[in-house]
Design a protein around this ligand. Sequence first.
Ligand code: UDP
Ligand code: MG
Length: 135
Amino acid sequence: MERTFIICKPDSVERGLVGQILSRFETKGFVIVAAELRTLDADTLGQHYEEHVGKGFYDDLVAFMSRGPALVAVLEGPEGTWATVREMMGATNPMLAAPGTIRGDLGTIFTENLIHGSDSAESAAREISIFFPDL
Ligand code: UDP
Ligand code: MG
């Protein structure tokens, strides 16, 4: 089995879409092995988004990601789960994300794109250790 890390971002919580998003993953067959509503601070976000620190969109991203509670969670499934979760999320820009994906069906705003998912097995391990060090 393999684990990956997701965040239902603050826009998901504000818009009441967390249940629908988690339901898609559960219906697919992935298992939620950890989940918690948390308001994320700038330090934690700096670790999580280390590859984006200093980029033009970074300050707006941190302001958005810390403005209210987010749902951080770990999903488990067969090998390749991280990649399938990314497919189900859709492209980063919701206006370009395919219909049928979470971002494609539920959003229009680039920064406020509803969900994060780890982009490799290595990222998943790194991100799980930041948010759920006891797992
Ligand atoms: N983002 C943004 N503007 C950009 C690129 C990214 O606001 O030009 C935000 C967006 O919320 C995205 C996050 O920063 O989900 C991380 O960007 P990344 O390229 O890693 O996209 P993801 O892996 O989330 O699809
Ligand atoms: Mg990314």
